[in-house]
Design a protein around this ligand. Structure first.
Ligand code: GDP
Ligand code: IMO
Ligand code: MG
Length: 461
């Protein structure tokens, strides 16, 4: 008997996968920074909260500083989502965030004093707690690098890295839920406190006297903080998941930025979370099919705070430093969180194109365009020279980046004050040419142009 030939038949040919109608129908949006932070995410998030049903911070901690200016009044938010002023929308601090409870409560009190009630604030019980030893370890590690002639990360000293490290360690981590159950908190502290005391005594600076942490004192302090947080800790995970599955639209507020992403940024000069849009579903606790639209926020130039290479930094001559100083003053380029002067450089489109591709952004928000008024010639890097050859590839690695030399194109600048412009037609031709080059190089349209800090100073394209 002959065996039948095994030619592909209609029933065995694999069919292309046809996805079912997406369960998440709404227009949920993720807002992410495409550079090294401080791109103006807070302003865009505040602006777009109106168009969503809820807002969620999914990563980072009090290392973030998001400014919102409404009718001339400036708010600086660190842990609380930038949409908190919209009292009818839940403003969620998601499970992917690391929370310093004292800092959070201080922020709530500060907002309440200014008439923002924070009744819509929701805190995930799964978020991790930044403990005092995290901040101390953050400081000690930075000091250790300096003492050993290694460029420090330049952290915000908010304990972010050590807290995320403990989250991954598990046995030395504390979650918000633990603060609400004193017996659980007590049990955890019973093992964590001696462990941290031993480690910190060993790594404390020579000559400094490390004062060991005391179990009882911490238990009292953190159980009391837990009580103050209790009204806000109301099932964030269920709330977001229910909203996602019932077609409600969620606004995901990225903190820090893509080039600071722990996996995809300029490692090791990065922060410790997934700040790109890739971290949004995980850090909020919703399916990734829920994130329907991604907006990348970028400055019209570059800034960076802390250590690490910045290829287009304006630092190599007096003339460069004068341009940087002008931009720094006009753009108020001093950290919202630490007050540190930000390093300033020309727009680096090799880096931004990489970030836009990694995030898969649908649209760009071009911020602080007004700050460039008065700069005679605008330089933009659209390629690097690496090992003698030009490339538009960006490798997210500090060592590789140290060998990259920017190749610039120049554009005529504009001198007019554009802060009152409310349509593209009102922008000088030079500004529009600059914008067109950005769109062409990145291959993504600009959706918002920002010409001043106030939410009204925005052009929607
Ligand atoms: P974020 O961390 O991305 O939210 O950004 P930050 O709030 O830390 O830094 C952005 C700074 O620029 C803040 O001081 C904003 O108020 C300000 N800002 C935002 N957009 C504009 C703009 O278009 N023009 C000017 N001049 N300032 C802006
Ligand atoms: P927003 O959300 C600018 C930088 C720090 C440092 C590095 C690691 O306001 O854009 P960390 O304290 O996180 O361990 O510091 O990351 N950094 C930021 N720089 N804006 C931020 O947030 C930042 N968050 C962290 O300066 O170089
Ligand atoms: Mg900031």
């Amino acid at each position: 008997m002959s065996t039948p030939a095994t030619s592909p038949s209609a029933s065995t040919t694999p069919k292309p996968y046809e996805p079912a109608t997406p369960a998440m129908a709404a227009t949920s949006t993720a807002i992410v920074g495409l550079q090294w932070g401080d791109e103006g995410k807070g302003k865009i998030v505040n602006l777009l909260t109106d168009r969503h049903d809820a807002i969620v911070r999914y990563n980072g901690g009090a290392n973030a500083g998001h400014s919102v200016v409404v009718k001339g009044e400036r708010f600086a938010l660190h842990l609380i989502p930038s949409g908190i002023m919209h009292a009818d929308k839940p403003a969620v601090v998601g499970p992917g965030v690391v929370i310093d409870p004292e800092w959070l409560l201080k922020e709530v009190a500060g907002l309440r004093k200014r008439g923002v009630g924070c009744e819509n604030l929701v805190i995930s019980d799964h978020a991790h707690v930044v403990m005092p030893w995290h901040k101390l370890e953050d400081e000690l590690r930075e000091a250790f690098l300096s003492a050993n002639s290694v460029e420090p990360i330049g952290t915000t000293r908010r304990g972010i890295g050590p807290c995320y490290a403990d989250k991954a360690q598990r046995s030395t981590a504390i979650r918000i839920a633990d603060l609400l159950r004193p017996e659980v908190l007590s049990q955890k502290l019973a093992t964590i406190v001696p462990f941290k005391n031993a480690v910190l005594a060993a790594i404390a600076r020579p000559g400094s006297t490390f004062v060991p942490y005391d179990h009882r004192t911490l238990l009292e302090q953190f159980a009391a903080l837990g009580e103050q947080l209790r009204p806000f800790v109301t099932g964030a995970s269920k709330l977001l998941l229910d909203m996602a599955h019932s077609g409600k639209s969620i606004l995901f507020e990225g903190a820090n930025a893509t080039l600071l992403d722990v996996d995809h940024g300029t490692y090791p000069y990065v922060t410790s979370s997934t700040c790109s849009a890739l971290g949004a579903p995980a850090g909020a606790g919703v399916p990734f099919t829920c994130v329907r639209s991604i907006l990348g926020v970028m400055k019209a130039y570059s800034t960076r705070v802390g250590g690490g290479v910045m290829p287009t930094e304006l630092i190599n001559s007096d003339a460069d430093r004068a341009i940087a100083d002008g931009i720094r003053q006009r753009g108020r380029e001093f950290g919202t969180t630490t007050g540190r002067p930000r390093r300033v450089g020309w727009l680096d489109l090799v880096a931004v194109r990489y970030s836009a591709r990694l995030n898969g952004v649908h649209g760009l928000c071009l911020m602080l365009l007004d700050v460039l008024a008065g700069v005679d010639t605008l330089m933009v890097a659209d390629r690097y020279e690496v090992d003698g050859s030009p490339t538009n590839t960006f490798v997210p690695d500090a060592h590789w980046l140290a060998g990259a030399r920017p190749i610039y194109r120049s554009f005529p600048g504009f001198s007019a004050d554009i802060t009152a412009a409310r349509s593209l037609r009102e922008l000088p031709t030079q500004a529009r040419t600059y914008m067109e080059f950005i769109e062409q190089t990145i291959g993504v349209p600009i959706r918002f142009v920002s010409v001043g800090p106030d939410r009204a100073q925005t052009i929607e394209c």
